[in-house]
Design a protein around this ligand. Structure first.
Ligand SMILES: Nc1ncnc2c1ncn2[C@@H]1O[C@H](COP(=O)(O)OP(=O)(O)OP(=O)(O)O)[C@@H](O)[C@H]1O
Ligand SMILES: [Mg+2]
Length: 275
C-alpha cells in the first residue's frame, strides 16, 4: 500500500493584500517519490511549498505530514522543519550567515547534533554540491548560482525526509544543473522524498515519477510523466510544450524510424540508444 508522506486537502491561501494564491488545492505525495510541480508564473508553486513547510498557514483546508495534521505550535513546527527541508527559489532570502561554512553548519547545529556529526554532514553536503572550495568565502560575495548551491547544501546537511526545492536549476549553468539533478536522484534512491518546481518540461520529464500542473492556485492535472506529457489537450491548456525527447520519439515512430516494443525514452541518451 502506498504511504503518503504529504496529503493536502482543499487548501486556500490568500496573501494579506488580498491575492488568492491557492484556491482549493489538493495533492498527495508518496513517500520516496520524486514530484515535479509545473505551472505558469504566479500559479502558486512557491506559496504551496511555503505551506508544506509550515511557513505559511492556509486559511482553509488541511495538510497532513506523515499522517498527522500540521500544527502551528512552536515545537511541532520545529520538528516539521527538521523533517521537511525547503530550498527557496531565491537564495538571497535563504542565506544569512557570514561564511559558506557557517551557513551550511547552521541547520545541523540548530538540530542540536554533536560537533563531529555536524562536521560529517557539513563536509559531505559541501562535497556533493561542489562548494567545498568555497567554505571560507563570504556568502554575499558568491555568484548567484554558487549561492543556490550553498542553499541546497545547507538543507541537505539537515538530512530531511522530504526535500523541497523551488526551481533548483534556475541560475545554474548546464554542468551544475545536471549535477544537482543527479544528486537529487541519488538522495531519492537513498530514501528521501524530493519535490521540485520547474518551468522546464524536459527536466521534469527526465526527473520525476509524478508531475503536478498548477493553474491559478489549484491542480489542473497530475499523473505519471508519460501520461501527463502525452496528453496534448492538458499540455495545451497548461501552456506547456512536450519534452523534446518525447516529441522527437513520437515523430520518429510516426515516420516508421523506430520499431515497436520499446518503453518510452525518458532522456536524450535513452532515445539515442534506441536509434
Ligand atoms: N508576499 C506576497 N504578497 C502578496 N501576493 C503574493 C505574495 N507572494 C506571492 N504573491 C502572489 O501569489 C500568487 C502566487 O505566487 P507564487 O509565488 O506562489 O507563484 P509561483 O507559481 O511560484 O510563480 P513563479 O513561477 O513566478 O515562481 C501570485 O499572484 C503572486 O503575485
Ligand atoms: Mg515561485
Amino acid at each position: 500500500m502506498t504511504r503518503y508522506i504529504i496529503q493536502v486537502e482543499d487548501i486556500h491561501y490568500t496573501y494579506p493584500d488580498g491575492t488568492g494564491a491557492l484556491r482549493g488545492l489538493s495533492l498527495s505525495v508518496a513517500a520516496g517519490s520524486k514530484t515535479a510541480v509545473l505551472g505558469a508564473n504566479g500559479s502558486g508553486k512557491t506559496t504551496l511549498f511555503l505551506c508544506l513547510n509550515g511557513l505559511l498557514k492556509p486559511q482553509k483546508g488541511t495538510i497532513c505530514f506523515d499522517g498527522e495534521t500540521l500544527s502551528q505550535k512552536r515545537q511541532a513546527l520545529k520538528k516539521l522543519r527538521s523533517r521537511v527541508g525547503i530550498v527557496f527559489q531565491d537564495p538571497d532570502t535563504q542565506l544569512f550567515s557570514a561564511s559558506v561554512l557557517q551557513e551550511v553548519a547552521f541547520g545541523p547545529l540548530n538540530l542540536g547534533l554533536k560537533k563531529e556529526e555536524v562536521l560529517r554532514r557539513v563536509t559531505r553536503a559541501m562535497e556533493i554540491t561542489g562548494i567545498a572550495g568555497l567554505q571560507d568565502k563570504a556568502t554575499h560575495l558568491l555568484s548567484y548560482g554558487q549561492k543556490k548551491r550553498v542553499a541546497i547544501a545547507g538543507i541537505l546537511a539537515m538530512e530531511p525526509e522530504v526535500l523541497i526545492c523551488d526551481e533548483p536549476t534556475a541560475w545554474l549553468d548546464q554542468k551544475h544543473a545536471d549535477k544537482i539533478m543527479d544528486l537529487f536522484c541519488r538522495i531519492n534512491r537513498a530514501g528521501t522524498t524530493v519535490i521540485i518546481s520547474t518551468h522546464d518540461p524536459d527536466l521534469a520529464y527526465a526527473f520525476a515519477d509524478r508531475i503536478v500542473i498548477l493553474e491559478q492556485g489549484s491542480v489542473l492535472g497530475a499523473g505519471g510523466p508519460e501520461a501527463v506529457f502525452l496528453d496534448d489537450d492538458l499540455l495545451a491548456r497548461a501552456g506547456l510544450r512536450q519534452p523534446q525527447v518525447l516529441e522527437t520519439y513520437r515523430k520518429l515512430r510516426a515516420g516508421g524510424y523506430l520499431r515497436e516494443g520499446f518503453p518510452l525514452p525518458r532522456t536524450r541518451e535513452e532515445l539515442l540508444q534506441m536509434l
